[in-house]
Design a protein around this ligand. Structure first.
Ligand SMILES: Cc1ncc(COP(=O)(O)O)c(C=O)c1O
Length: 404
């Protein structure tokens, strides 16, 4: 597995010319990806246990998705800004996805990313209610634009937000799973934004009855309930959407990541009654050039069809439970928090976690930690991972845990 001169040059150019998000990128070069794996130019194989952060739910290089992208790209790509022309991939996808959602969620506004879906949802909630206060959950992550960032972590401030103030005014954060804090949602509140399972907090599922109580409180005071299903949607938790798993229907739901089948696509979805308010006072309440790009919608639609046709979602819970069973008794594992195939394996210390990342790298496993939890590693593979691959990757994880 010798690294050749060209790879070295590419890495140097990567550091010199590609904008960096941190001083320590992982720097693994990708040559190709297939199913649950990706490969470096030197031929090293990695188990992808991140799936692009819950994006590649139908596996890498899924043939159905690749074909849909090729066919749509050859027919037409961008023609006109979002919302003016009738584009088949958008219409078919919007129809299918809303048929799979509980009533009254029947109108899809397509955008480009998760952060933009959140921006659109917050604007829609303000426009519909005529109110200004926005309530977020502590240790939530919703994206990195100014509006979405205002709703992350805590409003008082922490390292990610401090340098970018002023952010949105009239935002407050409550603790997820705290029933007592629901009183802070009042007649002033335009919306409450929540991930039904907190992801970047280190996988925190809702406690029994919490989402129902949140729904009731929003109804009592006329605030909209917005679910961020950007990470939990498209089968990740063992149902097509976490709102189905937990039996609570929000007024607006945000989608992205796996929604595009590996292409950049997001959406916010609500009832048509709510959505239509974005059309007037002012008109063009949210403008996007590329939102709902036909190739991205074709890819998302193909991925959605694949999930349904191959009954992928039905097998998610069993695969998640198998990982838990295979890892939970290791002496280094303090706790496993899980919803479907979204797992946080708690090691109890960040030193151990960072050592584990090095061991994973050597052993050919791509994992990651969480924005608000650097003591646990993530297991969120493609949902198409086979039982044999679950067993094999868990065996490799155990050998790494043995060396901690
Ligand atoms: C729950 C959640 N919401 C929103 C986002 C932001 O999505 P994007 O990176 O597409 O803007 C993320 C990304 O990690 C996320 O996990």
């Amino acid at each position: 597995m010798m690294m050749n001169n060209q790879n070295t040059i590419l890495r140097k150019q990567f550091l010199a010319h590609v904008g960096q998000t941190s001083p320590s990128p992982q720097m693994i070069e990708v040559a190709r990806a297939e199913g649950s794996f990706f490969y470096t130019p030197e031929g090293k194989r990695y188990y992808d246990l991140v799936a692009g952060v819950s994006v590649n739910n139908v596996g890498h290089a899924n043939e159905q998705v690749v074909r849909a992208v090729q066919e749509q790209a050859a027919q037409y790509m961008h023609v006109m800004v979002y919302g003016e022309l009738v584009e088949r991939p958008q219409v078919v996808y919007a129809t299918k996805v809303t048929e799979a959602m509980p009533a009254p969620l029947d109108s899809v506004y397509f955008v480009n990313s998760g952060a933009e879906a959140v921006e659109g949802a917050l604007k829609l909630a303000k426009r519909f209610t005529g109110r200004t206060e926005l309530i977020s959950m502590r240790r939530a992550y919703h994206g990195s634009t100014h509006g979405a960032m205002s709703m992350m972590g805590t409003p008082e401030g922490e390292e990610w937000k401090a340098a970018f103030r002023p952010l949105l005014p009239d935002v407050q954060a409550i603790e997820f799973n705290d029933f007592g804090a629901l009183e802070r949602i009042t007649e002033r509140t335009a919306c409450v934004l929540a991930e039904p399972v907190q992801g970047e907090a280190g996988v925190r599922p809702p406690v029994e009855g919490y989402l129902q109580a949140l729904r009731r409180r929003c109804d009592e005071v006329g605030a909209l309930l917005v679910f961020d299903e950007i990470q939990t949607g498209m089968g990740r938790t063992g149902e097509l959407f976490a709102m189905i798993k937990y039996g609570v229907t929000p007024d607006i739901v945000c989608l992205a990541k796996a929604f595009g089948g590996g292409m950049p696509l997001g959406a916010f979805v609500s009832s048509k009654r709510i959505m239509d308010t974005l059309q007037t006072n002012p008109t063009l309440g949210h403008i996007t050039t590329f939102g709902g790009h036909p190739v991205c919608c074709a890819a998302g639609l193909a991925a959605f069809d694949y999930l349904v046709e191959h009954r992928v979602v039905e097998q998610v819970e069993a695969k998640g439970a198998l990982y838990e069973e295979l890892l939970a008794d290791h002496p280094q594992v303090r706790e496993i928090r899980r919803s479907g195939l979204l797992l946080a394996v708690e090691l109890g210390s960040s030193e151990k976690l960072f050592r584990m990342m090095e061991l994973f790298h050597e052993a050919g496993i791509l994992s990651d930690w969480f924005l608000y939890c650097d003591t646990a590693f993530r297991i969120s593979p493609p949902l198409t991972i086979s039982e044999e691959e679950v067993r094999d990757s868990a065996r490799i994880i155990r050998t790494c845990l043995d060396r901690l």
